[in-house]
Design a protein around this ligand. Sequence first.
Ligand SMILES: [Zn+2]
Length: 373
Amino acid sequence: MQRTIRIQLQPDLETASVLSQTTEQYTLSFNAVCKYGWENDLANGVELHKATYYEHRAMTGLPSQLVCAARVKATEALKSAKALKKKGKKVGCPTSRRCPIRYDMRSYTVWFDRSELTILSLNGRVKLPFEIAEYYRQYLSWKNTSADLLQDRKGRWWLHVVMEIETPLASVSDEFVGVDLGIATPAVDSRGNKYGSDHWKGVEDRTFELRRRLQSKGTKSAKRHLRKVSGRQKRFRKDCDHVLSKRLARSVSSGATLVFEDLTNIRGRAKMRKAQRRRLHGWSFFQFQAFVTYKAEARGVNVGFVDPRYTSQKCSQCGHIERKNRPSQAEFRCKKCGFECHADDNAAINIREDFLKLRAAVNPPIALRSLDG
Ligand SMILES: [Zn+2]
């Protein structure tokens, strides 16, 4: 499994100028290899290397590894242009105005623990401090592989590093577990297990009240206080999402599938508001979904999603859908068959069942499939 993390470099003026010149020379070399390959109908790496390497080293002053990296990139571009041409598409010689430099393990080294890296440039290895967004910290224990150096429109320098982790071969066992995210209980699964702590709601409610009070005050010091409270709330929610996703991913064995309602894909503001009421005070689903997906994948656990409509109003025993099946937040009592249980448990079972139905529709049982071929 791979993820790309974005590292913002903090070069001083002199180093920034070196990076800029290195990129220029790299681009020059890339474009020249493309031109040569295009004119001579060549897309073979060895041939292109023989034809351009010495000339390009002298012309650009780039270290050997970067000349080779530019040629490898140009070869890829020529190959894909050729493939498009074969399909009858109109293509010209590949060119780049500012080609991101591709680094590998021999041309850059990164130390995440001290936020420092070195990359190869026209001046040999240059050392750079960097900053990394909090979100990417979860991937830092993975192995770093290749990296691209680029500059954005605002002139900031970035290194996009591809991080890799060995994952157990993804297989699908017949363990399917539906999970309902709720308010009083953060998560309930279709086996009746509960996750997360009841006191989260209390903390969240108190913060919500405090924020409301500060917002209505509107003074300078209230605003300052509000910023502090917002930061604290963000960290608290993040910790909770971490705990919740970790416990869920660990509750099943590798090959199992955890199923959730897809509450991040809802269109329309009214529906969105309604969906968000399913978690406290608009607590986002995006973060939780990202955490759970990543933690599950790392353990060889699959994650599935279902349409959230009706999961809370549908009877998990007879399928009857009615709003009145749900007399209160916590209760479920079917108007048709009389089935009674906790509303969260009923929803979790529905989530599992909906997913199995969905799966059967796109993925007929193996016995059926082997009949036709
Ligand atoms: Zn029923």
